[in-house]
Design a protein around this ligand. Structure first.
Ligand SMILES: [Zn+2]
Length: 44
């Protein structure tokens, strides 16, 4: 799940696995779907 964070009046979307921030929800969801910050065996 992508987390939302408000900072300076702007909503950011955060990858919960690696903490990367995006200003676009779709970008964050696409990144998270392919994020390899966790062990692959954990996700699959
Ligand atoms: Zn990530």
């Amino acid at each position: 799940m992508v987390a939302t964070t408000e900072r300076d009046g702007t909503t950011w979307y955060e990858c919960e696995m690696c903490g990367l921030l995006f200003d676009d929800r779709n970008d964050a969801e696409q990144h998270e779907a392919n994020c390899d910050a966790e062990e692959p065996s954990y996700i699959q």
